[in-house]
Design a protein around this ligand. Structure first.
Ligand SMILES: Cc1cc2nc3c(=O)[nH]c(=O)nc-3n(C[C@H](O)[C@H](O)[C@H](O)COP(=O)(O)OP(=O)(O)OC[C@H]3O[C@@H](n4cnc5c(N)ncnc54)[C@H](O)[C@@H]3O)c2cc1C
Length: 316
């Protein structure tokens, strides 16, 4: 039986979380002594996948419509073709939308938010992040078939070059009941879900006219920008930047929270960040309890000074 990695083609490129999924799949294939293959939506240039150990890729034609049902069907078809024991997905919006459907189509046990390689192969046990990252559960999948949704930043990308990559075009039979009318893509900047550094702002900024203070800091650090929910609810920032229980969950190496109180619903989306820095004028702000480093001060004073200090440091 094979290990199959879904490599999401986003406008001809493969993002960091896909390279993590390949590394995960390759290590699992080594542990289980199984063949490794990739399934790709559309038919982009897949030469780059060789660098990470993919020697066989199935290119799903007709699956790049943005419709998760048709994508899940196409992947399920490849699963039976390669007799996949395990399908690795990234735990992003695409992965989340297809994991359950794939589980049903392949008769597989689905584990989402997987954050490590399996601790045991027989029986198959793997850990997942639960309760918005506040706890970890070890789950057992009793059947032979599994679908694993890998949380980003859970494994270090490793190169393992192979000489050639063999590709095969597979036609997704579609058969979906959904017609995608339009897709609006987010453009520019560092995509938040895969960012290593994130600078995030809350209501403490008082209004959208002050966001340049945050953007200046993010710019010098090369960081993505994020915000609390009230900020996106008030249209100061677009909805896709809102992190937390009802927004997106991120695990960057550095999360700088500025003028955010640290409500439980916000922490749920960010508390797995490796290092958290909090800047808040209220020393009693709950976020300080989750912080590795804290600065008690007025953001309008602290942040421009921090930006200047980073600029100076980078200049030196
Ligand atoms: C069901 C549910 C789901 C929710 N989901 C989410 C979610 O996914 N994400 C989310 O973020 N929230 C979510 N919320 C809302 C959450 O409970 C909080 O209300 C919200 O996170 C608060 O946003 P904030 O910290 O930006 O604003 P506030 O709570 O108003 O905090 C502003 C902070 O800025 C500080 N501040 C003010 N001025 C300055 C200054 N000049 N310098 C420095 N610091 C300053 C203040 O001391 C304060 O700590 C949810 C709520 C519910 C009920």
């Amino acid at each position: 039986m094979s290990i199959l990695v879904f490599c999401e083609n986003i406008e001809g490129t493969f993002k960091k979380n896909t390279l993590e999924a390949i590394t995960y799949g390759r290590k699992l294939a080594e542990q289980t002594q199984s063949p490794l293959a990739a399934v790709v939506n559309g038919s982009p240039d897949v030469e780059v996948l060789k660098t990470y150990g993919i020697g066989k890729a199935y290119l799903l034609e007709g699956s790049n419509t943005g419709d998760s049902a048709s994508l899940a069907k196409g992947i399920a078809g490849v699963c039976s073709k390669v007799d996949a024991s395990t399908v690795i997905l990234t735990y992003n919006s695409t992965g989340k939308s297809i994991a359950g459907q794939l589980g049903i189509l392949c008769g597989a046990g689905v584990v989402n938010s997987v954050n490590a390689l399996p601790s045991s192969l027989e029986p198959f046990q793997v850990s997942q992040s639960v309760f918005a990252g506040k706890a970890e559960a070890v789950v057992e999948v009793p059947g032979e078939k599994k679908v694993l949704g890998l949380q980003s930043n859970s494994i270090k990308i490793e190169e393992a070059p192979v000489d050639t990559i063999d590709t095969e075009i597979v036609t997704s039979d579609g058969g979906s009941r959904v017609e995608v009318i339009r897709q609006d893509k987010i453009s520019g900047g560092v995509p938040l879900p895969e960012a290593e550094l994130v600078v995030s702002g809350g209501r403490g900024f008082k209004g959208p006219e002050n966001w340049n203070i945050l953007e200046d800091l993010a710019g010098v650090l090369g960081a993505a920008t994020a915000c609390s929910r009230p900020v996106s609810d008030s249209d100061w920032r677009p909805h896709h930047e809102h992190v937390g229980q009802t927004g997106i969950t991120i695990r960057p190496n550095l999360y700088i929270a500025i003028g955010i109180s640290g409500a439980i619903q916000h922490l749920g989306g960010v508390n797995n960040s490796k290092t958290i820095v909090v800047i808040n004028k209220d020393p009693e702000a709950p976020f300080f309890k989750a912080a590795d480093y804290g600065v008690v001060g007025d953001l309008f004073d602290v942040v421009p000074r921090l930006t200047e200090a980073v600029k100076k440091y980078k200049g030196a």
